[in-house]
Design a protein around this ligand. Structure first.
Ligand SMILES: [Fe+2]
Length: 239
């Protein structure tokens, strides 16, 4: 499986604090059937001031540590970009990493605030699309406003956004409401990717199998597998 949203780099955001924890997470990912992880550190202006150059450097260092520890986890990267106007100059300056491409447009993992869908989000998405950037909405099933009214996600899908669900949310690990929304979005055919959004070894580990099993029961085996393999591969490698 290919995990397109996870926090494995040590000391760069609210993921693992130490290299030892980061390596433990990588071992766990491999043990859980994840062959390839694309780390997505938070890029939230004023809170987590990461950018392409810093993330790239941290990825190279971590890749070296994985090799030294003989952990067979292939590593790529993007960023989990918080929807905020302050990030637009960084995007224009080419300082924000993309996960790959989908139908010719660069894929940006875009996170809304947890409590609501900001006014002007449609304009924000339009601004990106006009610049050849296709947002992939990170875990909308965990957004409070979308949890209350699932129709709030529809305009993003109609605008051409991709959708990433947290695998654990699909499996009920984030509560009943998140689970219900996640299942609804799967049934709607709105979901592109399941990802772990792993942050640590214990409470939010790199694991996708329980969510994948639920997706299988809704979509069938082949379509569910595409969410953890075919679609991530298409985004990263275009094949
Ligand atoms: Fe995340």
């Amino acid at each position: 499986m290919i995990d397109l949203h996870c926090h494995l780099l040590p000391g760069i955001d609210d993921g693992p604090e130490t290299l030892a924890d980061a390596l433990a997470m990588a071992r766990l990912a491999v043990g859980n059937g994840i062959t390839e992880a694309h780390v997505t550190p938070h890029l939230h202006v004023g809170r987590w001031d990461n950018d392409l150059a810093g993330i790239k450097k941290a990825v190279e260092a971590y890749r070296g540590e994985l090799a030294a520890a003989a952990i067979p986890l292939k590593l790529g990267f993007g960023a989990e970009v918080r929807l905020a106007y302050e990030v637009l100059p960084l995007i224009e300056a080419g300082r924000v990493p993309f996960l790959g491409k989908w139908d010719g447009l660069d894929v940006l993992l875009l996170e809304m605030p947890h409590g609501h869908v900001p006014v002007g989000s449609d304009k924000f998405v339009g601004w990106l699309m006009n610049r050849g950037i296709r947002p992939m909405i990170a875990h909308p099933e965990r957004n409070k406003e979308i949890m209350r009214d699932s129709a709030k996600l529809a305009p993003f899908v109609l605008a051409g956004c991709l959708v990433q669900l947290t695998a654990g949310a699909v499996a009920g690990e984030f509560g009943d409401e998140c689970e219900a929304r996640a299942i609804e979005f799967l049934a709607n055919g709105w979901v592109t990717v399941l990802a772990s959004d792993a942050h640590d070894v214990d409470t939010r580990p790199p694991s996708m199998t329980p969510g994948l099993e639920v997706a299988r029961s809704i979509l069938g085996s082949e379509a569910a597998q595409a969410l953890v393999e075919g679609n991530p591969r298409r985004i990263v490698y275009g094949t």
